[in-house]
Design a protein around this ligand. Structure first.
Ligand code: ADP
Ligand code: MG
Ligand code: MG
Length: 318
């Protein structure tokens, strides 16, 4: 009897892309179409990785890092496409909003960390390159769609914002095809579309460092959520310090106060940038920033295990 009706089904897919685990769950009235869409999402994630990875020599980001830092780029800025313009514009916006806590030029020093090999830049190297860290060195002309770097040692990395952007792109792709229930995550950055057919999506915030399982579970619909943690990429140095991948642009070193920051808001583009920002700002300044913005909430776990909630969550409005 059902043979003439398309078979409605949940589709779940996972793949390793962007140095992390990408997961897609979606509900579609036509399972074959749902599977095709899940494959398209993975394709889009791969495209974003190929375009914005600093680790791929052939990426557009690597081209920028090679060309835009050359002194002659000042007179002849490097042409970029609309998407790169948007990513840089958003990144620089968060640079200004956070007074440089979020700073894509952190990588001028940050590029010399090798977390797998347990290597950090030497103090003299870090000192020498410190002046290259300043998002204001990145001169973007939005109308012309061009960019140059004002300092020859500037090197940018979009790792603090690109995965959030990618989950937005994935959700838009699904939404444009009429999907009403979906969840897409790329490591710590997730976005859910609609609900899970009558129930909210349950998104867990992992226990910070050392802990197994989930610290807090949040019921969510139609929202993005990003978690930054000091356990994602790290090593322990000879002094016993925990060295991780979120860098304080003022010091060129990883931050020490927080263990994890989760931001909830409408779009992954913003929640991703804000999770990294608040991680650098610390609990007090970070909470003040999130409470000042409308539409965002935060759960902050300090290294000592204290949990802070933004006003919206503390008041039970979520
Ligand atoms: P995850 O990589 O787990 O999604 P984040 O969203 O916090 O975690 O991103 C961490 C990444 O952000 C780092 O790997 C690095 O590429 C980039 N990053 C580190 N420090 C900064 C900073 N101060 N400003 C902007 N980006 C940063
Ligand atoms: Mg982030
Ligand atoms: Mg992220």
């Amino acid at each position: 009897v059902l043979s003439t009706v398309a078979h409605a089904e949940w589709v779940h897919r996972q793949a390793d892309i962007m140095g992390t685990r990408v997961s897609v769950s979606l509900w579609h009235t036509d399972q074959a179409r749902g599977e095709a869409l899940a494959a398209q999402v993975m394709q889009e994630m791969k495209r974003i990785d190929n375009t914005y990875s600093p680790y791929r020599e052939t990426s557009e980001l690597s081209r920028l890092n090679r060309e835009a830092a050359k002194p002659q780029a000042v007179n002849k800025p490097i042409a970029i496409d609309a998407e790169m313009t948007r990513l840089l514009d958003k990144s620089l916006f968060y640079g200004r909003l956070t007074d440089g806590a979020f700073d894509i030029t952190f990588a001028s020093v940050g590029r010399y960390y090798d977390y797998r090999a347990g290597k950090a830049p030497s103090d003299s190297q870090a000192q020498q390159l410190a002046e290259a860290i300043d998002y204001r060195h990145v001169v973007l002309d939005k109308t012309e769609q061009s960019v140059y770097y004002q300092h020859p040692a500037v090197y940018i990395d979009l790792g603090g914002i690109a995965k959030g952007y990618a989950v937005d792109r994935a959700i838009e792709l699904l939404e444009n095809d009429g999907v009403q229930h979906a969840s897409v995550s790329a490591g710590g950055d997730s976005r859910v579309l609609g609900d899970r057919r009558g129930r909210p999506w349950m998104v867990g915030i992992k226990k910070p460092r050392g802990g197994e399982g989930v610290a807090i579970t949040l019921p969510l619909t139609d929202t993005a959520i990003s978690t930054s943690g000091d356990y994602e990429r790290y090593f322990i140095n000879e002094d016993g310090d925990w060295v991780h991948h979120i860098i304080n642009p003022q010091t060129g070193k990883s931050t020490a106060e927080l263990a994890s920051v989760t931001i909830i808001g409408p779009r992954g583009f913003d929640t991703d940038a804000l999770s990294t920002s608040v991680f650098v700002l610390g609990a007090d300044e970070g909470l003040a920033l999130i409470n000042r913005l409308s539409g965002f909430d935060a759960v902050i776990i300090t290294r000592k295990g204290k949990v802070h909630y933004s006003d919206g969550l503390a008041a039970g409005e979520q």
